[in-house]
Design a protein around this ligand. Structure first.
Ligand code: GLP
Length: 262
């Protein structure tokens, strides 16, 4: 696992956006399958990708997307649904073909079937080339709350109280308004991606980042699964490293410095 430490959120977002754009561009006209998150963490990346599109340095014509998760019970028109978020923050501003956008339907009559079909759709597209993600304060990836199985696939999940409180900022500060259930790709689904890129920013994520990087692989911090992934990158800002050992930070910075030499 690589840890890329950038001075601030702006630079971390730029690093990640350039990385993603490089991958999309190098796929040329071949389909590129991109996993995508919601939340505040990826907004900077999305803005930069939109900017690259506007300058014609990037096209989404060959991109197929699969979003990580969606609340159960919120229609796509609800401003806090992840459908709405994605249209508003990315898809309405780039040249992606709408039929290449995949987002779990939290209003589906049969939620289990919806999840099964989502996994099938990913397989049909040849698997995910690059899964971009964020991390919850409790170390979750997508909505894989502490205790999720590392072999889990797309399914219905009950949100942890900590997540509901964290996400209540989008629901008038009232955690009882946050849906209790969500559909989410599994830890196993993320682990199957050929590459995983996670953006982490802010002091409020420092405790989880320490657990994910310095502690062992642990299903109570589900993003620690990345320690087992052959091709995973976490890009973070300095604030998020606050709980890491000085030695850890120095080591990962040294790796980046040395890369420039070979
Ligand atoms: C949410 C989402 C995750 C996201 C995380 C962090 O609950 N399900 O996909 O990565 O929490 O959100 P934020 O980026 O707003 O801190």
């Amino acid at each position: 696992m690589q840890l890329i430490i950038q001075e601030n959120y702006e630079k971390a977002s730029l690093w990640a956006a350039e990385y993603i754009a490089g991958k999309i561009n190098s796929a040329k006209n071949k389909p590129f399958v991109l996993g995508l998150p919601t939340g505040s963490s990826p907004i900077g990346i999305y803005q930069k990708l939109i900017n690259m599109r506007q300058k014609e340095k990037l096209s989404f014509k060959n991109v197929r997307t699969f979003n990580m998760d969606e609340y159960v019970g919120l229609p796509a028109s609800h401003p806090q649904s992840y459908h709405y978020f994605m249209m508003d923050n990315l898809f309405n501003h780039v040249d992606i073909d709408p039929k290449h956008i995949h987002i779990l339907n939290g209003m589906a009559e049969n939620l289990e079937k919806e999840c099964e079909q989502y996994e099938e759709a990913i397989t049909k597209e040849g698997g995910i080339d690059l899964f971009l993600g964020g991390m919850g304060r409790n170390g979750h990836v997508a909505f894989n709350e502490p205790g999720s199985s590392f072999s889990s696939r797309t399914r219905v999940k009950t949100l942890a109280e900590e997540t509901k409180v964290a996400n209540s900022r989008f629901f008038d500060g009232d955690s009882s308004k946050v849906p209790t259930l969500a559909l989410t790709v599994g830890v196993g689904t993320v682990m199957n991606a050929r590459e995983v890129l996670i953006i982490v920013n802010g002091r409020h994520k420092a405790r989880a980042l320490r657990a994910v990087i310095e502690d062992g692989v642990n299903h109570m911090w589900t993003l620690s699964c990345l320690q087992m992934h052959p091709n995973a990158i976490i890009v973070c800002d300095e604030d998020a490293t606050e709980e890491l050992k000085v030695e850890t930070v120095r080591y990962f910075k040294d790796i980046e410095k040395n890369k420039a030499k070979f």
